[in-house]
Design a binder for this molecule. Structure first.
Ligand code: URA
Length: 466
């Protein structure tokens, strides 16, 4: 039931922000508590969030909001492990399967990784959904199980329980339906509170920008990364940030089991342009957070060795077994869920691919059944699409641009939209590298995974099990 005092407090905060005043730590914490306790209505909280989205928050307010989110629920204590546990966070993007690669690689290098992750919505897809392609794999571990799996295998990936940062879960749901997701301080507090509450002792933030990411421009990505690094500094959490370009989907696969197969291939040393490069950069930085004595070159060499020796894949397999998953599907990925091939999109002219609209690709994958438009929707783990080309590749008329998998009523409409998502021009594009900046750390000069960039990495007729 709403309370007069609580309503006065939240409306007082709205007026204060409109007048350019700063909200105190106690006010922010009390308003959040009032909201979770049902003492203020959704629309009153939404009014405050909308005001904040317009006026912004100071750095002190952003840190206070982060702390309020953390204290709104329980926190995980991983110190009993006796080793520094690290994590990574990605702001999300189409084809983002980075966790599937970097978590086992870093764990195989002796640095434990604990990843608690939320469910994906819309065109981006979540890590939980991708991993749920594996039969029997449990993604709902309790706290003791999280620590047990981490102890036994060096890594754990599980869905985030509802008692961790309930303040963020509730406000995020409200932001999602009130147009206030894209406020940088609100995003920063939301992301960092989850990392802090999960007990991580070092985090690499993968801040993606471009049409396929949560922020549009490199400048916004820099602002968001800087804000998150400042929060980390205030709470004493070692952190690094990578800015990554999402002008196009990451890798060739978009869809749950398709992405898992791509990650398994990369874990065996197959070079997937842009994807492998981003992964080894993040893995190297995570390794250095866990083992600060390593310099960039030594860390990159360990990352490379973990992949080429097969230890990273073996770590992943051991982890799958520990969480009840079917390891036969890891040994033979053709046993993972698959969906019927329903269409092929081909190049309508000769030239260079100068752009691939990531958002259109993500929406098409969702329409094919790979993602959700609402939280209740069931997904088809086998559905999605495989791109035949990346930006910068040369194509001839008739070359495969994408293979579509799924069950869908109107595939022609999706094919038509997808055809327009590939821009083909008569000149080479000015291609940005996938990692455009690293804040707080540096990368070894070369990403030294054996195999290197292949001449023509995508087959002309891609198949899920290439
Ligand atoms: N991801 C989050 O976890 N929170 C946000 O606010 C935006 C993206």
């Amino acid at each position: 039931m709403t309370s007069t005092k609580a309503v006065e407090r939240v409306l007082g905060a709205v007026h204060a922000k409109r007048k350019g005043e700063t909200l105190g730590d106690e006010t922010l914490a009390a308003v959040l508590e009032d909201y979770l306790g049902g003492r203020i209505a959704d629309y009153q909280m939404a009014a405050l969030l909308a005001t904040v989205a317009c006026t912004g928050l100071t750095r002190t307010e952003t840190v206070a909001l982060t702390r309020a989110y953390v204290h709104s629920g329980s926190t995980l204590d991983l110190s009993a492990l006796g080793r520094r546990v690290v994590d990574k966070h990605s702001t999300g993007g189409v084809g983002d399967k980075v966790s599937l690669f970097v978590v086992p690689v870093v764990a195989a290098c002796g640095v434990p990784v604990a990843k608690l992750t939320g469910q994906g919505l819309g065109f981006m897809g979540g890590t939980t959904d991708k991993l749920s392609s594996i039969s029997g794999l449990r993604m709902d571990l309790g706290t003791e199980e999280v620590i047990d799996v981490l102890n036994r295998t060096g890594m754990v990936i599980s869905g985030q329980s509802d008692d961790l940062v309930p303040g963020d879960l509730a406000t995020y749901a409200l932001r999602d339906v009130t147009g206030t997701v894209d406020s940088l301080p609100l995003i920063a507090a939301s992301i960092m509170s989850k990392k802090i509450a999960a007990g991580t002792q070092g985090v690499v933030l993968d801040v993606k920008y471009g049409p396929g990411g949560v922020v549009g421009s490199e400048q916004e990505a820099t602002e968001l990364a800087t804000l998150m690094l400042r929060i980390a500094q205030e709470v004493g959490l070692p952190a690094r940030a990578v800015l990554s370009d999402m002008q196009q989907p990451l890798g060739y696969a978009v869809g749950n089991s398709l992405e898992l197969v791509e990650a398994l291939n990369a874990l065996q040393g197959k070079w997937v342009p842009r994807y492998t490069e981003l992964c080894v950069t993040i893995a190297q930085l995570m390794l250095q957070l866990g083992r600060p004595e390593l310099d960039a070159v030594a860390a990159a060499a360990e990352v490379s060795e973990a992949i080429t020796s097969g230890r990273a894949l073996a770590t992943f397999r051991t982890w799958v077994e520990a969480q009840g998953g079917d390891t036969a599907q890891i040994d033979d990925p053709s046993k993972l869920p698959s969906a019927p091939h329903v269409a092929t999109v081909r190049a309508a002219s000769d030239g260079w691919i100068t752009g691939i609209e990531a958002r259109t690709i993500g929406t098409a994958a969702t329409q094919l059944g790979a993602g959700r438009f609402t939280y209740e929707q069931q997904i088809d783990h086998g559905a999605g699409l495989l791109l035949g080309r990346q930006v910068g590749d040369r194509v001839r008329t008739g070359d495969v641009l994408a293979e579509l998998y799924g069950t869908v009523d109107d595939v022609d409409a999706i094919v038509a939209t997808l055809g327009a998502a590939f821009r083909i021009e008569d000149h080479e594009p000015d291609l940005k590298p996938v990692v455009t900046a690293i804040l707080g750390g540096k990368r070894a000069v070369e990403a030294p995974v054996d195999g290197g960039p292949a001449e023509n990495p995508a087959p002309s007729n891609p198949s899920p099990w290439w």
